[in-house]
Design a protein around this ligand. Structure first.
Ligand code: LRH
Ligand code: MN
Length: 432
């Protein structure tokens, strides 16, 4: 196999030297500030080092819209090059040891070899993602009018078999979960019979559920609309929750932050799913309007903080069955995907650490005493605390980059990949 450029650990260490003294000074300053409210900065740094989020394999290539995709030089051309790029993100931010694959976009010829390739780079595989929202060249029956809920039982069977194939591939890769998002829905009133469609969904997913190996979970992903623009079968958390309850304990509800109507209170949905013991985890991203798949924390950082506030509250209360899977699901249309993934991973750890800064005893007191402004002030105190020194220290202590973006750009990784990977423009990174 031809030599592939990788950013060396020694290069990262050299680059860190430039920022080490500054980070140490800022860290000590923050330590003193937090000490005044009896918060030990070291606990927070350990928490920051512990948080992990999975990278979507389809997120390392440039994404696009129905209008256009603007390919970038040095894009990954196959799943191995996608893993090289995931390993580069992991090397610099240290919080992304897992990769979530999409089948058939990433269908490996040799799953065992792919698992070895990943492990050699410190990576493992998170949830598998099935795809019954596109027709593949060799596919017998079309998903144009649906998949797991299609009126034709043969189409439903084909979709069920595809999901079971994803499980089989995942077993060899060491994955422990399958995410099922279906585009099934209608563009016209009357096109679908809502109750029959949901019955067919449950019937189909029940077969997939029975095929889950021990220790596996199935994540049901709801979405309000798109590509169906009038009705979507699994359109909201309530429908997803009902189905997860009907299916059994291995079925849980995955929250993609972009899959809700504007201004929906997503942190409330998270609190509900935690309380009902049905929170699968997340596809983190951000949005202004629809399922924009923008970088996490780039548009509504306070909402991201409030979501993590619910997650940390559950973690500290040791809520039963609380074991959410964190993944990014973004489309990088105008940035270098690796830069966006690194920055998004950093923003998730930031929200997590800030949520651990919330004085929960004081918050409970304010809530029980019906003191709304005091309660908000306590949350804002945490949200407005600049925890960057903790995040940088955590990365540095985990062998990563104090400033991932600066190190990535200084390494010339993208330019070197452009030489290694002559672009074959027709290859799409996934969605487009
Ligand atoms: C659907 C979705 C789903 C993935 C796809 C790439 O919008 O969020 O999670 O399968 O994006
Ligand atoms: Mn998603």
């Amino acid at each position: 196999m031809a030599m592939h450029f990788e950013i060396e650990d020694v290069f990262v260490a050299e680059q860190n030297l430039k920022a080490k003294a500054e980070v140490a000074e800022d860290y000590d300053h923050l330590a003193n500030k937090l000490q005044r409210s009896n918060v030990d900065i070291e606990n927070l740094t350990i928490k920051a080092q512990a948080l992990t989020v999975a990278i979507p394999s389809w997120g390392v290539g440039t994404g696009g819209t129905r209008f256009a995709r603007f390919p970038m030089a040095g894009e990954p051309r196959d799943v191995y090059e996608k893993l090289q790029d995931c390993a580069t993100v992991f090397k610099l931010v240290r919080s992304t040891p897992a990769v979530s694959l999409h089948i058939p976009w990433d269908k490996p010829e040799d799953s065992a070899a792919l698992r070895r390739f990943a492990r050699e780079r410190g990576l493992h595989f998170d949830a598998m993602n099935s795809n019954t929202f596109q027709d593949q060249p060799d596919q017998e029956l079309s998903y144009k009018f649906g998949s797991l809920t299609h009126p034709d039982a043969a189409v439903r069977r084909q979709a069920v078999e595809h999901n079971i194939e994803c499980i089989e591939i995942g077993k060899v890769l060491g994955s422990k979960a399958l995410t099922v998002w279906i585009a099934d829905g209608g563009n016209f009133p009357g096109q679908l019979h809502p109750r029959r469609a949901l019955e067919r969904y449950l019937e189909s997913v029940h077969v997939i559920y029975k095929a889950l190996p021990d220790g596996w979970r199935v994540f049901l992903e709801h979405k309000l609309y798109e590509p169906a623009f009038y009705s979507t079968v699994i359109n909201d958390w309530g429908t997803s929750y009902y189905c997860a309850r009907e299916l059994g304990p291995k079925a849980l509800c995955l929250v993609d932050l972009g899959h809700h109507a504007p201004n929906v209170n997503i942190e409330m949905i998270v609190a509900r799913l935690i309380q009902f013991g049905k929170l699968a985890g997340f596809h983190f991203n951000d949005s202004k309007y629809g399922d924009d798949d923008l970088d996490a924390g780039s548009i509504k950082p306070f909402q991201l903080f409030l979501v993590f506030n619910e997650l940390v509250d559950a973690e500290l209360c040791s809520v039963p069955f609380f074991d959410p899977a964190y993944m990014l699901d973004q489309s990088h249309n105008v940035t270098d995907p690796l830069e966006s993934l690194m920055m998004s991973a950093v923003e998730l750890t930031r929200a997590y650490v800030q949520a651990h800064l919330v004085d929960r005893q004081a918050l409970t007191e304010a809530q029980e005493k019906c003191d709304p402004l005091r309660a908000l002030a306590i949350l804002k105190q945490a949200f407005t605390t600049d925890v960057s020194p903790i995040l940088a220290m955590a990365r540095e202590r985990s062998g990563g980059a104090i400033d991932p973006l600066a190190v990535y750009r200084a390494s010339g990784y993208r330019q070197k990949k452009a030489q290694e990977r002559p672009s074959v423009h027709q290859v799409s990174a996934g969605i487009v």
